[in-house]
Design a protein around this ligand. Structure first.
Ligand SMILES: O=c1[nH]c(=O)c2[nH]c(=O)[nH]c2[nH]1
Length: 318
């Protein structure tokens, strides 16, 4: 939540609002070279939502215990759950914008909203059909892989006024990928503190959060320019597969360039990565030969990096 006009930080809200909406409008997205994903039936459109509000008029609730303007966080939870039923769109960002719009309409004294959600992914199980195995239309199972994430911030300058979007980002969180061969790490600073040997072919295990912003934030709500987290995930898969990478730093830069090349409607891509590379116990005798590894010991390395449209213009192409 941003500071209020007075310069004060003031907000309150509800977290872990688990919202299992069924039969939302199906999502359909255009194809890209790196992904077979073409949309979601959205039969289970489930989210973990975090919702916070701010307003100068709430100051006395903190300083004087005056609850006259306080919408109970329990009511916020009810508001989110009940209004999720009338959302007619098919995206996480659209749902968050819809809930925020309705809340601002209902409670004119609220001047700021910070809302975020992580999609709770479910996939369809395979069942035998007339023409072989097919996805069930009725039975789903939770998926414990990466998840889509979105956050929107709204503000208005006066009670009951028009709100504007003052912050937005979409993303995919907790992507975990291991590439067994085709990654190296050498040529780094060697001095009296260096114990890490150079590696010319390491099994690289990464954790990745990818976030992106649109040139026009309303493109995130749905429509032709919507970018699905699954497509960005698949670009990450593809680029990792494609490039022999000298470091995680270089890998995330290449993924960022490709995402911006595929989606001109995006303004920038931001990465947070972790190095979770396995510890080697038995070195393989060559590429494709058996090796034995175990979980790495703490601590772990991490990187943060923004890739912008200027980077893509400079690189020429991804
Ligand atoms: O991809 C990497 N980048 C680093 O900066 C680094 N540092 C390290 O110890 N291992 C790695 N791997």
């Amino acid at each position: 939540m941003r500071k209020l006009n007075s310069g004060r930080t003031l907000y309150y809200g509800k977290g872990d609002v688990l919202t299992y909406r069924t039969y939302a409008k199906p999502l359909s997205v255009g194809p890209i070279a790196e992904s077979a994903y073409d949309g979601d039936v959205n039969v289970i459109f489930a989210h973990n939502i975090k919702f916070a509000v701010g307003a100068e008029t709430l100051l006395t609730s903190f300083t004087e215990g005056d609850n006259a303007h306080v919408v109970a966080t329990d009511s916020m939870k009810n508001f989110i759950l009940r209004n999720a039923s009338s959302y007619e769109g098919s995206t996480t960002e659209g749902l968050l914008a819809y809930i925020s719009d309705r809340f601002l309409e209902k409670y004119p004294h609220i001047t700021a909203i910070d809302i975020e959600a992580t999609r709770i992914p479910f996939s369809r199980v395979q069942v035998a059909g007339a023409d072989g195995f097919e996805p069930s239309k009725l039975v789903y199972r939770p998926s414990h892989n990466e998840k889509a994430h979105a956050r929107l911030e709204f503000e208005r300058s006066e009670a009951g006024g028009e709100a504007r979007i003052v912050g937005h980002r979409s993303g995919v969180a907790d992507l975990q990928l291991i590439k067994v061969s085709g990654s190296s790490f050498f040529g780094f600073v060697r001095d009296e503190y260096t114990t890490l040997p150079e590696s010319f072919d390491r099994p690289l295990f990464i954790y990745l959060n990818v976030n992106w912003t649109y040139g026009d934030p309303t493109d995130a709500f749905g429509g032709d320019k919507y970018v699905a987290a699954e497509q960005v995930r698949d670009i990450a898969h593809h680029v990792f597969h494609e490039f022999n990478t000298p470091s995680i730093q270089y890998l995330i830069y290449r993924i960022g360039l490709r995402v911006l090349e595929r989606f001109p409607q995006l303004e920038q891509v931001f990465f947070e990565s972790n190095n979770r590379t396995w510890e080697t116990i038995v070195d393989p005798e060559g590429v494709g030969k058996p090796g034995v590894y175990t979980e790495p010991r703490p601590p772990y390395g991490f990187q943060g990096f923004t890739v912008s449209r200027d980077d893509l213009a400079e690189a020429g192409s991804a």
